[in-house]
Ligand binder design. Structure first.
Ligand code: HEM
Length: 325
């Protein structure tokens, strides 16, 4: 049946509206299309990330965490990459952030064919999307057009949630970044891969809340295992997988949620997500559904738009580790 003019007009308006709503915080899909002559910026980043991933798959959790820590502190402006005496990367929550060399390699590859055009902040966002896909997660479409910030101060990392943050305080922190409690629960699925250092959850094993006892909410099998990984008087700060399902601890999937429902969360915050009435039902819904990959991607896109610099703001750094003089 032929479409009436009214219907066609309505569809056209709908299409324009859809496209407008796709622009988040001044970012857009395909921002670099046509800006680097024949070079496909996202493909260059993807190739670099892929080569690095083949050598070391743990760059996946490293970059996902880097993106989170960048976006929450001053927005997604690559401030976490800047070197300096009192820069963000010198602050305690960032001392175990890794992957700076991967971003350097991607930046060098991009600058080699298209100098001064692609921001370090976008490279983090693109590289993170790529490692999520390489680790079995969904491949979401990343928005670009971020510019790089000029400021990086250790004290600004105070906003990053502590490993024992309460659910309500974390909801408050995420809300201050424009993210809902549901976004927070999906984004906490970042813990579907990667590790945590014993020093950040050891109190739960031996002296929870100064009781001299372990955290009573922890599954006994997990407690026994984690005490082996993290002996009380160890001199080395070992690590344990955040997703305690050993067959999926390096795969981006929803098994993390099943684990925390079984009281097998390693970080206190993760365990609380499954116990707190504010987030319990969302955790259960994610554990029982098959849309985690899609929703995680959507939440990552939303996180990637926090307080971004666009247009003439900030700059496009030549080196991700220093501002242009
Ligand atoms: C919501 C509150 C959050 C808290 C309290 C939290 C806390 C932590 C802590 C304490 C670690 C272990 C760090 C270490 O031992 O070196 C960690 C690791 C990690 N976090 Fe989070 N995190 C949160 C949210 C997120 C979000 C939103 C993401 C990403 C979307 C994320 C991604 C990761 C990843 C991938 C790792 C593993 C890093 C690696 O293996 O190198 N986290 N997180």
């Amino acid at each position: 049946m032929a479409m009436t003019n009214t219907k066609a007009a309505a569809l056209a308006v709908g299409f324009i509206f859809l496209n407008l709503t796709c622009v988040l915080g001044g970012l857009q899909y395909g921002f670099y299309d046509g800006k680097c002559e024949t070079s496909d910026v996202e493909a260059i980043v993807r190739n670099t990330v892929f080569s690095e991933f083949l050598v070391d798959q743990t760059i996946a959790p490293a970059l996902i965490r880097m993106h989170f820590h960048d976006c929450f502190v001053n927005g997604c402006d690559a401030s976490i990459l800047l070197d300096g005496h009192n820069a963000e990367k010198t602050a305690p929550p960032n001392l175990s952030v890794r992957g700076f060399d991967v971003i350097d390699a991607a930046k060098a590859a991009v600058e080699g064919v298209c100098p001064g055009v692609v921001s370090c902040a976008d490279i983090i966002a693109i590289a993170t999307r790529d490692v999520v896909a390489l680790s079995g997660g969904g491949r979401y479409t990343v928005q670009t057009g971020r510019r790089d910030g000029l400021v990086s101060l250790a004290e600004n990392t105070i906003v990053l949630p502590a490993p024992n943050a309460s659910v309500s305080s974390a909801i408050h922190t995420f809300a201050s970044k424009g993210l809902t409690a549901t976004d927070m629960v999906y984004l906490s699925g970042g813990h579907t891969i990667g590790v945590a250092h014993c020093s950040l959850f050891k109190d739960r094993l031996y002296n929870f809340n100064n009781t001299g006892e372990p955290d009573p909410t922890m599954d006994l099998g997990l407690l026994t295992w984690l005490r082996l990984v993290c002996p009380q008087n160890a001199t080395v700060d070992s690590t344990a997988n955040l997703d305690q399902n050993s067959s999926t601890s390096s795969t981006v999937d929803n098994s993390f949620y099943t684990q925390i429902m079984l009281h097998r969360g390693v970080l206190q915050f993760d365990q609380e997500l499954a116990l707190d009435p504010l987030t319990q039902s969302t955790v259960a819904a994610i554990a029982h559904s098959d849309d985690f990959n899609t929703k995680f991607g959507q939440a990552m896109v939303k996180m990637g738009a926090i307080q971004v610099l666009t247009g003439e703001q900030g700059q496009i750094r030549k080196s991700c580790r220093a501002i242009n003089l």
